[in-house]
Design a protein around this ligand. Sequence first.
Ligand SMILES: C[S@@+](CC[C@H](N)C(=O)[O-])C[C@H]1O[C@@H](n2cnc3c(N)ncnc32)[C@H](O)[C@@H]1O
Length: 345
Amino acid sequence: MTDATVRAAFRTQAEWARRMGAPFTEALQTALGEVIDRSTAVGRRVLDWPGEPIADALVIRLLGGLHALVRSGDLPALAALYPPHPAPDAGTLAARLAEALADADVAARLLPWLDSPPQTNEVGRSAVLMAGLRAVAAAFPLPLRTVELGASGGLNLRLDAYAYDLGGDRFGPADAPLTLAPAWTGPPPPAADVRIAERIGVDIAPLDVARDRDRLLAYVWPDQPARAARLAAAIDAFVADPAPLVKDDAADFVEANVAPQPGVTTVVLHSIAFQYFPAAARARIAAHLDRVGAGATPAAALAWLRYEFDGPDATAASLRLVLWPDGDRLLARAHPHGAKVEWLG
Ligand SMILES: C[S@@+](CC[C@H](N)C(=O)[O-])C[C@H]1O[C@@H](n2cnc3c(N)ncnc32)[C@H](O)[C@@H]1O
C-alpha cells in the first residue's frame, strides 16, 4: 500500500464517523491520518500495511488500541481530550496523538492491537433482528428455533430478554437489563409474539464476553457513551445467564444442523457477519437453505433473516427475510448499529 492509500483510508473512516454522528471519532481519525509518519514504530506499521486498509479495518484496530489505553488510565494527557471532556481543537488533538505515538511504551502496547481484526458485538442490532423475528412470527405462528451465524460473543442471542420500543410498540420483560428504542420511521413491525424455544450461536472465533469485556468496550467509539453503557449491561446479563455458543464454521454448521423441524420455525439469522464469511461458505449456506427450504411447510417452516450492509458503504444496512415456503422481502433499511430503522414491512 502507498502512504496515500493508507491516509485516504483514515479520511474515508472519518467521513463514515461523521455520517454516523460521531464527531470526536471523526476528528480522531482525521488527525491520526495526518500525524502518523515513519518516525514511529506504529506509524511505520500502519503506513507499510501490506493489505487493504479499509477491508482490514486498520483504522479501527488503531482506534481500539488507543481507546483501550485511554480507558485504562495509562494515557492521561490524551484521555483529557476524550469525551466527556470538551472537544479539543484539531491542533491540540494532533499534537497529543503525535506525542502518544512517539512514546515507546505506548507503541509496545498499541502494536498488538494492529495484529488482529476488531471483534465487536453490537447489541443495538437486537432491535432490528427482533423486528424481523416479529415478521417471522406473524407469517408462521410457531415457536422459533434460532441459529445465529457469526454470533461473536452471543449478545444478540438473548434478544428476547431485552425491552423494546419499536415504532411506539413497547414490549419486553419488566426486568430487562436494557431497552432498545431506535429512531423509527414507517409502521411498527407486526405485533406477533416471539417465542424462542431453542437458540444457538455459531462463530469461527467466539468471544468470551467476560474475558473480552474491556476489549469489546474499547472498540466502541469514545463519543458513544450510551452504546458503551448498553454493551456493558448486555455483557453483564450474558455472563449471568449465558446462551449456547459454538465454535464452528458457519457453512459447516448450517449443512450439518439446519433443516425444517415439525412444530417450529427454524430461523437462520445474522447481523453484519455474512461479508466476513469466505465466498464459498456464503454460497454453501445459500445453496443448503434453498435445498432444505424446498421441504419446508407452514408447520415446519424455515426463515433466513439477514441484517447486512447494502454494499461497500459501511453506513447503510438492510434487513431482508426469506421465508420457505413463502418468498423473499426487504423488511427494513437500518443503521448498522440499530440506531435508526425505516420499516418497510
Ligand atoms: C462483525 S462480527 C459480527 C458480530 C455480530 N453478529 C454482531 O452483530 O455484533 C463478524 C463475526 O463473524 C465471525 N466469522 C467470520 N468468519 C466466520 C465463519 N466462516 N463462520 C462463522 N463465523 C465467522 C467472526 O469471528 C466475527 O465474530
